[in-house]
Design a protein around this ligand. Sequence first.
Ligand SMILES: [Zn+2]
Length: 284
Amino acid sequence: MEEELRILKPACPKCGASKAINVPESLFQRGSFGFVKIQVPKGAICEEHQFIVITDNTGLILGYEEIDDTVVRIEEELELEEERGLTLQYLIKRLGFNCIAGLLHSKIFNYPAFIITSQELEFSLDELNEFFDNLFPREFKDSNNKIELIEYDDEIFPNPGYFYSLVKNQRKNAFLMNPRRHVIQIPWRTTIRYETSIINFALEKNDPEESYKILSDLILRFLEDVKFTRDTLTPLKKISEKDLIKILDNNLTLSTINRYRMILIKEFIRRRISPDLIKKIKKK
Ligand SMILES: [Zn+2]
């Protein structure tokens, strides 16, 4: 008899790479306390990293773990790093690549963001908010949009998946994640390709201060593009997207204005400046 398979789509907690894999259904009946751990070898999802996916009995992904023999060492490294304050490198190790990319997207494009957890975090939420807010120039620093915690009691809700679905129902417009490096809900339709690329670019430097500066500079460059687009659109009645891209591309010499950049600029203006400005851009 052929074994039944279930499709999972985990994401590498170190670099964000994601891919669908087939997992034998029988695996989900074995888990104790409702948790199932699936080891993902190097090459299965991502060419460079191996990790463990944690799911519940129904195959719902709850989080990720490092491979066993490195856990102790990583914990020690992380504790050392905590004393030095939050860095991009630290946050990715602690919360996973996709969660950090998602938090950055939430901050740039003004989406509410929550960390759903049954335990206290290892760092302060204020520091986490400052880490992101300080990436922005004063003009675009939005200290009202705070990343917040949603705490739950795991004795009342022994099945985290059930609690997640309650929260998802209440907060359809929010980015939701947990401290186990797992993204629970993404509220936007655009991707995090932009955040993934700027984070990876910043990580090419090993020095946390340099990485932070690069990330901040790249965001600043994007905001310059946004401001120029805003100022171009303001006096106009309407303009075709094609013509607008042409104007931006000729004037913003530091950036390549392609369709994807345009989508991001539009999303920023819609969510943080004025939806009416975007209505001036016509598809044809
Ligand atoms: Zn990876």
